[in-house]
Design a protein around this ligand. Structure first.
Ligand SMILES: Nc1ncnc2c1ncn2[C@@H]1O[C@H](COP(=O)(O)OP(=O)(O)O)[C@@H](O)[C@H]1O
Ligand SMILES: [Mg+2]
Length: 364
């Protein structure tokens, strides 16, 4: 063994000391027989201090060998082994290689070569992050393109209807003004008004996207009765909506925005409600008011429940049911700006219930 010590320390040692990576030689009991200068420097010790200590007490440090230790594997199998490991002492990432060493036919230990790859890990991390950002960006661009094409189509439809209505009215009134029945004119104006409302709604949604994305959704809270507002909104629908509520529910919220929440949830319930009953239920639940909108329509598969509250996300496969996929995203943002929550319970074919919980005041 003194020959071996001479070989390690006087013959190979100076060469191994010139290497920048950590190199150590361990005996069969995992005690350190030799450590090069890089290893000693890394563990802020001298070579003499390291010698004889168990490698795992120095390198990791721990009380027993690591499960994936390549030195143990090399000693056991007689073959080279490797692993990648983060040092508990320095936090550095190491790529570790070990090979068994034999002298005069007898395995007397294993040589370990450990390269600090922290810098490379950092580069890999930032490459991964850049890749993620890139794919987010690509998704956002694709969503924007899709949005622009849906938006122009959606905006065009009521505009075309509007033009047809006004053309018709003009033609009627210029040709035989005195013969045109009043009801005909009123009906035509009513349709025109409906188209204008639809267009206004779409444009409002678009403006909200800009505001919410720019985090400029400012609330103007005022004290009002939610029951009164709920009844008003439900009455605006040309659809029988069952309304359940206590006599009054006063609170402090942004009236226009809560109107928008109710309107959006009820329009969805009507739109996706398969012409079945829709209910709006308001109630007090401890310090919160709850708004529940229930329908018995097509429902939403559970795996889509999270996605529908995101921007431009739609589930419906029915191309005839049009929409931007913005409504629930806007609703969620309004509710969260009021420090409230929105949740959905739904099964395909069994309808959906959207429940909004709002604190009685935005800042209580
Ligand atoms: N009451 C509901 N019943 C079934 N599906 C719904 C209901 N409300 C929303 N959804 C689904 O969630 C998606 C997102 O809704 P929303 O953001 O309001 O967008 P839009 O109504 O414009 O499609 C809808 O496309 C639809 O697939
Ligand atoms: Mg909608």
């Amino acid at each position: 063994m003194s020959d071996l010590a001479d070989l390690l320390h006087n013959q190979i040692g100076p060469v191994l000391d010139a290497v920048q990576d950590n190199i150590a030689i361990m005996g069969p009991d995992l005690s350190i027989l030799f450590a090069n200068k890089a290893t000693a420097d890394h563990f802020k010790s001298t070579r003499q201090e390291l010698k004889g200590r168990k490698c795992y007490t120095v390198f990791q440090p721990r009380n027993s060998p690591c499960e994936d230790c390549p030195v143990v594997a090399a000693l056991k199998t007689g073959k080279p082994a490797s692993c990648r490991k983060t040092s508990d002492t320095s936090g550095a990432d190491f790529e570790i290689y070990a090979a068994p060493l034999s002298f005069q036919g007898e395995v007397f230990g294993a040589m370990e070569f450990a390269r600090d790859v922290s810098a490379r890990s950092r580069i890999e991390d930032s490459e991964r992050r850049a890749q993620e950002l890139l794919s987010q960006l690509q998704k956002a661009l694709a969503a924007r393109d899709e949005f622009l094409s849906i938006a122009s189509h959606e905006l065009k439809t009521p505009l075309t209807a509007l033009r047809l209505q006004t053309d018709l009215l003009t033609r009627l009134l210029t040709r035989t003004p005195e013969d045109v029945p009043r009801e005909r004119i009123i009906e035509s104006l009513r349709r025109t008004r409906a188209d204008i409302d639809r267009l206004t709604g779409l444009i409002d949604d678009l403006l909200d996207v800009t505001r919410i994305s720019a985090r400029k959704l400012a609330l103007t809270p005022e004290t009002f009765d939610l029951v009164e507002l709920g009844r008003d909104v439900a009455d605006r629908f040309d659809y029988a909506i069952a309304f359940e509520a206590p006599p009054s529910l006063p609170g402090c919220w942004d009236r226009g925005r809560i109107d928008q929440v109710l309107t959006n949830l009820l329009s969805n319930a009507v739109k996706y409600g398969a012409k079945k009953p829709v209910a709006l239920v308001l109630r007090l639940n401890g310090p919160l008011v709850e708004i529940a909108v229930r329908d018995q329509g097509i429902g939403i598969p559970p795996e889509h429940h999270g996605r529908i509250f995101e921007r431009f996300e739609r589930v419906t496969e029915n191309e005839a049911i049009k929409g931007f996929g913005l409504g629930l995203w806007i609703v969620r943002n309004i509710v969260e700006a009021h420090r409230g929550r929105i949740a959905v319970e739904s099964q395909p074919g069994q309808g959906s219930t959207f429940t909004v919980s709002l604190p009685l005041t935005p800042r209580s």
